[in-house]
Ligand binder design. Structure first.
Ligand code: SF4
Ligand code: SF4
Length: 139
């Protein structure tokens, strides 16, 4: 349930490959996705008691911060919710993407803060360094 589709047979088997599932063409045909009918099957299936239905709605809206507040980091991407969903909503895949996007946004935010901090330090130490340069030139 946690696997990733591979585009062709040229993908190598590596040390980290834990298993290979081969499906027939009919089994691997993309299923049509329907709207959530709020049946609650995904809630029953989640081993860590999340609300995948709600997380799915937030993921579709790109509301990653709210997903984190709703315990997205606890999701282990097991795929149980997607497996039982009668509407074929690819919940686990959406959560995987949301996690990556949220981490990326957080990293960009952290880099921006670092740059601003550096700029403040440079601005604060600027004149002193100019004096040091002058002293060096005079010597
Ligand atoms: S299993 Fe699918 S249809 Fe049912 S509540 Fe969850 S997301 Fe909605
Ligand atoms: S993929 Fe995440 S939300 Fe879905 S059942 Fe597994 S742990 Fe719960």
């Amino acid at each position: 349930m946690m696997g990733t589709c591979m585009p062709d047979l040229d993908v190598p088997i590596m040390k980290g490959t834990t298993g290979v599932v081969v499906l027939t063409e009919a089994e691997s045909r993309p299923a049509r996705v329907y709207p959530c009918i709020r049946c609650g099957h995904c809630l029953d299936a989640c081993p860590v008691f999340l609300n995948p239905s709600r997380l799915g709605r937030l993921a579709r809206a790109g509301r990653y911060e709210e997903m984190v507040d709703a315990d997205l980091p606890t999701c282990m991407l097991c795929g149980s919710c997607s497996y039982v969903c009668p509407s074929n909503i690819p919940l686990a895949q959406m959560f995987g993407l949301a996690k990556r996007q949220w981490r990326r946004e957080r990293e960009l935010e952290r880099q921006k803060e670092d740059r601003e901090e550096e700029a403040e330090e440079v601005a604060a130490s600027g004149p002193a360094e100019d004096h040091a340069d002058d002293a060096g030139r005079a010597a």
